[in-house]
Design a protein around this ligand. Sequence first.
Ligand SMILES: Nc1ncnc2c1ncn2[C@@H]1O[C@H](COP(=O)(O)OP(=O)(O)OP(=O)(O)O)[C@@H](O)[C@H]1O
Ligand SMILES: [Mg+2]
Length: 48
Amino acid sequence: MQTVALISQKGGTGKSTIATHLAVCAERDRKRVAVFDIDPQASAYKWS
Ligand SMILES: Nc1ncnc2c1ncn2[C@@H]1O[C@H](COP(=O)(O)OP(=O)(O)OP(=O)(O)O)[C@@H](O)[C@H]1O
Ligand SMILES: [Mg+2]
């Protein structure tokens, strides 16, 4: 299992966008993917 963390300060640097794009690419590559969104803003959760 590989774990990818996208880390930077809060404020729109693109973490959620990159995380969701990486998840879709991995899924298309037939990998099993889990995205953990622990930000109360829940952007990735809402996108799913
Ligand atoms: N490569 C990019 N080019 C243009 N716009 C982008 C790019 N990546 C992200 N964005 C836009 O920038 C905004 C912020 O992106 P995102 O929500 O992914 O940032 P974030 O780091 O998760 O923010 P936060 O710290 O608030 O959680 C969004 O409107 C998103 O569509
Ligand atoms: Mg975010």
